[in-house]
Design a protein around this ligand. Sequence first.
Ligand code: SF4
Length: 378
Amino acid sequence: MKQHSINRRQSRQIMVGDVAVGGDAPVAVQSMTNTDTCDVAATVGQIQALQTAGADMVRVSVPDMDAAEAFGQIRKQVSLPLIADIHFDYKIALRVAELGVDCLRINPGNIGREDRVRAVVDSAQEHGIPIRIGVNAGSLEKDLQKKYGEPTSAALVESALRHIDILDRLNFPDFKISLKASDVFMTVAAYRELASQIEQPLHLGITEAGGARAGAVKSAIGLGMLLAEGIGDTIRVSLAADPVEEIKVGFDILKSLHIRSKGVHLIACPSCSRQNFDVIATVNELESRLEDITDPIDVAVIGCVVNGPGEAREVQVGLTGGSPNLLYRDGKPSHKVSNDRLVDELEKMIREQIEQQRLLNPANEAGSAKPVVQVRVS
Ligand code: SF4
């Protein structure tokens, strides 16, 4: 398949646990738990479900000291890098740093007195953990709300620069930053502007994007615009839905742009009266059977010969409806298959193909985060 080039913005790389963010690292996909953090078992269960879905890191709200202690328990039970989401109370940040957090999401400008900010930065430095600044259109500083009248991209950037300025003065460069609004144009304009002004990695998101379908569409448009321009080092798709969906949509966005490949990239026709088998039922069944696959593989399921052979030639495993239906392996016709054996045969071929890929290229194995776009760093 033809590879497209994205000139990725050069950013300074930071480490969130053992996951690199920025520089030439793959764009990381993250989500946030929505369990009560004090319910350790439920939160651990959700983090593990996110890990199974392919999350690179997970953010956890830590609203008070009880939650900080629970966070310590959670930390011991999961292996993914964890980001603690903290607002205002610097003591919570100090505590989770001791308990093994991998990144602090806290806005320096909201901590208050300078000695408190310094204490958080010193602790981050001592434990080798980065900070994430998170600017949100819904919680802009009062004076900026007054100055701009309403949230704007310029207001988001000005707010971000204030927080950045505090870290600059404390000589702390290991941060990433997000500038989220629920409006796509405002978000995109803000990220574009900030991307030209700083070297730190950017965490992309459209906040409060909506429910599973509308939120996925909105996020795909906003994040897609930026990622296609090479802006963005880590992403979160915010959905009013199961966080596991956020990870799936995040990867679908990256897969669509050939930025990162993980799991099955399924190309399927929408089907019409020409179909020689039930395309939609086949795709649904296949998707549910292949949920465990994290190795990258391109698969085409096409209902008839109008587009089937052309698509099948471009993928590792393909199916074209016809009389008879034809399966393809590595772009070449392989064998005929009857309608009642379609899903079984496709699943078998996909799993065999993955085994073969692993033998040929172990670096591509499950969990790897290989960028598949030729990234030119400018
Ligand atoms: S590929 Fe064939 S079955 Fe699928 S939508 Fe096109 S014409 Fe219809």
